[in-house]
Design a protein around this ligand. Structure first.
Ligand code: AMP
Length: 286
């Protein structure tokens, strides 16, 4: 695995494999790597000749009162974790990605203002801008994202379509801890007690599916039950619970087909997100 810090050097290194027709798979990350990230890297390895992973804590996707400064960074540990799993690790610094005078941004419209975008103003513009830049630096055939960040995945897919970017995007399943907590770099912020409490997100998602299984179809009723359930955990504060169409992210009043249930919950001071597809089970022959 080669560690590359400069855009020019990465482009040069990828030139010859690209000319030889070798497939390049790309996994953008912000580091503090865990098994969730690795699942994307392994999938990329399986499906491509060359795998590029980027680690870049992107300042433009953090709000002024968010955790950009404190976001966990440990390149040495990340390098060890990735060894043998990827060919190039791209670790540009902020100046390399955003030269002085940088102005251009990718506006994602309404999709970026819903759900997480309500409290994280400008977050998805920052995400789309950096992903567009990384795509044009790496020029991969395929890029891999996690379902854990469902809204992000929808927005990237829309950006790729709208801007005719020739990159196929694959969304991989959420990897969870044994108790169901979705793996996340931010889980490191949780105290021992908060870590125990954080499982409430997954428990809430599962109880929603049980409600659907028992015949409940009204989103408002499910959201209300989940809200009560989560707020019974003293350290947990609900930011939003939403049931939406998985492609358009538009609100679903009733669950009549597959629906995406999303949660944002702050546990202690740590904001966590998770989601699950709610399915209506087709009953067998009677
Ligand atoms: P991040 O470093 O948090 O920006 O995440 C980089 C990529 O890894 C994104 O596409 C995330 O959706 C994905 N990812 C993060 N956590 C998980 C997880 N638990 N399971 C699967 N993918 C994940």
């Amino acid at each position: 695995m080669k560690i590359v810090k400069k855009i020019g050097a990465l482009r040069k290194a990828l030139e010859s494999p690209r000319c030889q027709g070798r497939c390049i798979g790309f996994v953008p990350t912000m580091g503090a790597l865990h098994c969730g990230h690795l699942s994307l890297v392994h999938r990329a390895k399986k499906e491509n000749d060359i795998v590029v992973v980027s680690i870049f804590v992107n300042p433009t996707q953090f709000g002024p009162h968010e955790d950009f400064v404190h976001y966990p960074r440990n390149l040495k540990k990340d390098t060890k974790i990735l060894k043998g799993s990827c060919d190039y690790l791209f670790v540009p610094d902020v100046r390399e990605m955003y030269a002085q005078g940088f102005r251009t941004r990718v506006e994602v419209g309404g999709l970026g203002e819903l759900l997480c975008g309500r409290t994280r103003k400008g977050h998805f513009t920052g995400v789309a801008t950096v992903v567009a830049k990384l795509f044009s630096i790496v020029l991969p055939q395929t890029a891999y994202f996690g379902q854990k960040d469902a809204q992000q995945a929808v927005i990237i897919k829309k950006m790729v379509t709208d801007l005719n970017i020739p990159v196929k995007t694959i969304v991989c399943p959420t990897v969870r801890e044994k108790d169901g907590l979705a793996m996340s770099s931010r889980n490191a912020y949780l105290s021992e007690g908060e870590r125990r409490d954080a499982v409430v997100l997954f428990q809430a998602l599962k109880s929603a599916q049980r409600l659907v299984d028992s015949g409940v179809r009204e989103s408002a009723r499910i959201i209300s039950v989940l809200n009560d359930f989560i707020t019974r955990t003293v350290s947990a504060r609900v930011e939003y619970i939403a049931i939406v169409d998985e492609a358009s992210l538009s609100t679903l009043e009733k669950i009549e087909r597959r629906a995406l249930l999303l949660l944002a919950v702050t546990v202690g001071k740590t904001r966590l997100i998770d989601n699950m597809i709610l399915k209506i089970k087709v009953s067998g022959n009677r």
